[in-house]
Design a protein around this ligand. Structure first.
Ligand SMILES: Cc1cc2nc3c(=O)[nH]c(=O)nc-3n(C[C@H](O)[C@H](O)[C@H](O)COP(=O)(O)OP(=O)(O)OC[C@H]3O[C@@H](n4cnc5c(N)ncnc54)[C@H](O)[C@@H]3O)c2cc1C
Length: 306
């Protein structure tokens, strides 16, 4: 059976791979190709952030396990140990049960009152998105550029993975942007990630990859500005350097901005529209990579029961 997937970010491609590898004839269409999406800007560390709904923890656990397995064979996925510092004493989150080595940090740095360390998947998005496209094509699926003002009706099942674009494709005004600015620096031998809780709009994370390190960030709700702001970049560097002093000498490679598709809760559901079935899967906020395989499994189940 033919299935059209609209959207080629991490959600659209993960759903498309699951469907194609389960025998469906999958065609992906997207306005922006994978390396042009928000997903390509993502840090992308497994950590449920700015995504709500009672199914989030389950999707996150499934995704963690899938990435842990992928890390054994796919170079763009690695399990990395790291630390998060917290402003206040904080109980373990509900999803912490999937982590096998979660430990409290004994003495967090000045300004922080708690912290934990654990091992989690880190995904090099530009490489990983290419890997997903290869997997899709190996399973007979296709990827083409197309921008829609309404979802296509040329297949009996359409999967809507348009992220922020769902404001148009699903006429859903509850999906809103949360702006994130980051930059990459040349690798300087960093192997562990670091995150610090800095209050609502100013994030701090330093995430090593094979050839560079992602330094972030911001969380600016309702801000559509895709231009890099130099002042913001300066304050990101100051925050990060306070925790990782080697960053002061690191060479900056590139600045990026992405708009997280936030929604009061992630939408993953099947809706009958005329003579076709539309499966919506969007609104993953700051957790698209973190929830990707869990949501792809659910989309497969929804397609199978459609
Ligand atoms: C700075 C930053 C850091 C982040 N860090 C992390 C992290 O560490 N971990 C994590 O899990 N997540 C992280 N995220 C969040 C993550 O990037 C998003 O949740 C994820 O990219 C959402 O994926 P998506 O596939 O739904 O959307 P997108 O990647 O935005 O893809 C949407 C797709 O739909 C297409 N589309 C939209 N409208 C139309 C239309 N009308 N017609 C055709 N195609 C259309 C687009 O062209 C695109 O191909 C981060 C985000 C940012 C910005």
């Amino acid at each position: 059976m033919r299935v059209i997937v609209v959207g080629a970010g991490v959600i659209g491609l993960s759903c498309a791979v699951r469907l194609a590898e389960s025998g469906y004839d999958v065609a992906v269409f997207a306005r922006d190709l994978p390396l042009e999406t928000t997903s390509a800007v993502s840090a992308a560390i497994w950590y449920p952030f700015q995504s709500a709904g009672d199914r989030v923890a389950g999707w996150a656990r499934t995704t963690y396990r899938e990435f842990a397995e992928l890390a054994e064979s796919e170079p763009s996925v690695r399990l990395r140990h790291g630390k998060e510092y917290l402003l206040e004493p904080t109980p373990n989150p509900v999803w912490a049960d999937v982590l096998t080595d979660l430990e409290r940090v004994g003495s967090p740095p000045p300004g922080f009152r708690d912290g934990w360390s654990f091992t989690t998947p880190v995904v090099e998005m530009p490489l990983y998105l290419r890997y997903l496209v290869k997997r899709l094509e190996a399973a007979g699926g296709t990827l083409n550029r197309a921008a829609f003002s309404a979802l296509p009706n040329t297949a009996p099942i359409v999967v809507n993975c348009t992220g922020l674009g769902a404001r148009l494709t699903a006429q859903d005004p509850t999906v809103t942007p949360v702006r994130g600015q980051v930059f990459t620096v040349e690798q300087f031998g960093l192997t562990e990630w670091l995150m610090a809780d800095n209050g609502p709009e100013e994030l701090c994370y330093v995430v090593p990859r094979s050839n560079d390190v992602v330094v972030g960030g911001t969380s600016q709700p309702g801000d559509w500005n895709l231009a890099v702001d130099d002042k913001t970049a300066g304050s990101i560097l100051d925050r990060a350097t306070a925790l990782v002093p080697q960053l002061r000498k690191a060479k900056i490679i590139k600045h990026r901005v992405g708009l997280r598709p936030a929604r009061p809760s992630v939408r993953c559901e099947s809706v009958r529209t005329g003579d076709r079935q539309v499966i919506h899967c969007y609104g993953h906020g700051g957790s698209g990579m973190t929830l990707s395989w869990g949501c792809a499994d659910e989309v497969l189940a929804l397609v199978q029961s459609a």
